[in-house]
Design a protein. Structure first.
Length: 67
């Protein structure tokens, strides 16, 4: 069961590398899999999958801000 689910997670992660644990769980539930967020978190950690996301850009000043 876990191996089949890991294959589905890996295939979906290649298509959408920005999906984290919550979005991956939501996607798998919409496909008809009965999964829990904790299970997806454990499997993604076991597979070494880390989603890519944009980091906050806090060092750029606002355009209208007077220094």
């Amino acid at each position: 069961m876990n191996l089949d689910l890991m294959r589905v997670i890996d295939k979906q992660f290649l298509e959408t590398p920005f999906f984290g644990m919550r979005q991956m769980t939501w996607h798998l539930r919409n496909e008809g899999h009965l999964v829990n967020e904790k299970r997806i978190r454990r499997l993604m950690r076991l597979m070494g999958l880390m989603p890519i996301y944009q980091k906050p850009n806090t060092s750029r000043p606002a355009k209208g801000h007077m220094i």
